[in-house]
Write a protein that binds this ligand. Structure first.
Ligand SMILES: Nc1ncnc2c1ncn2[C@@H]1O[C@H](COP(=O)(O)OP(=O)(O)OP(=O)(O)O)[C@@H](O)[C@H]1O
Ligand SMILES: [Mg+2]
Length: 249
């Protein structure tokens, strides 16, 4: 189970979850994605739009089982939508120490999947905490600019603090997104990342590519929208990186 996490907004969490999950499904892996963002962007990106739909929100509340709410969105690929009331769970004050483990408990009966991805919201609140505690691995998209790197040290500090306190450690992968290879700044950020996180930055940076930005509004992954694009090539390569544990050296 991999949480796709970064408290900074707009770094490519949802784009990465959508296209990496579909790339792995197309290569024959059994994949489930969980939309943990109350904005439901991932759910919409797959072309699923049900206004009053129930999702992981109702499983966490104990009203439904995963099998009641999961939707087959593509061959080998299932989606657990956010659900209309997921936002309420960010505010929950009940449950004490257990409230961080609600997603872990909700998902623990999922079997026979090669990969489960959790698309996190851009916050470091309860929903993200739940994703952290449910997952054994974490994929952190970092967009190729200085501010993202600045936010990254904040994120890693939060993670370290939480992991020590809760005695739960995760393996962390980083993926560089929105990469402009010709920009000097972007090159410097990439070099810094490799320096700070040796063996953790997946080998393929995802280039800035307009088709990646366009495809969700058609409810399509990049492989359905434009499979000859740079975006499709990059996410195909990234899937291969993850399968082989291939990192930038
Ligand atoms: N490689 C890319 N090339 C071009 N546009 C991209 C790329 N990656 C993401 N985008 C666009 O950037 C915007 C933010 O991406 P995305 O929604 O994936 O980020 P996010 O981290 O999930 O955001 P949020 O924190 O709001 O959930 C979207 O409009 C998306 O289409
Ligand atoms: Mg998102």
């Amino acid at each position: 189970m991999i949480a796709v996490m970064n408290q900074k907004g707009g770094v490519g969490k949802t784009t990465t979850t959508l296209n990496l999950a579909h790339a792995l499904a197309l290569s024959g892996k059994a994949v489930t994605v969980v939309d943990m963002d109350p904005q439901s962007h991932l759910t919409a990106s797959f072309g699923v739009e049900l206004p009053d739909q129930e999702g992981i929100d109702s499983v966490i509340r104990g009203d439904n089982k995963v099998s009641d709410v999961k939707i087959k969105v593509r061959e080998n690929l299932h989606l657990i939508p956010a659900g209309a009331r997921l936002g309420e769970l960010e505010q929950i004050a009940i449950g004490g120490a257990k409230r961080g483990w609600l997603l872990h408990d909700a998902l623990k009966r999922i079997r026979n999947q090669d990969y489960i991805f959790i698309d996190c919201p851009p916050s470091s609140g309860m929903l993200t905490m739940n994703a952290l505690l449910a997952a054994k691995e974490m994929l952190i998209p970092v967009s190729g600019d200085y501010l993202a790197l600045h936010g990254l040290s904040r994120l890693l500090n939060i993670l370290k603090h939480v992991e020590v306190r809760l005695k739960h450690t995760t393996k962390k992968w980083l993926v560089v997104t929105r990469f402009h290879s010709r920009r000097k700044l972007a090159r410097e950020v990439h070099a810094k990342l490799l320096n700070y996180f040796p063996g953790q930055v997946l080998a393929t940076p995802i280039r800035e590519n307009v088709s990646l930005a366009e495809s969700p509004s058609f409810g399509k992954s990049i492989f359905e929208y434009k499979k000859s694009s740079n975006g499709a090539q990059d996410y195909r390569d990234l899937a291969d990186d993850l399968l082989k544990g291939r990192t930038f050296k």
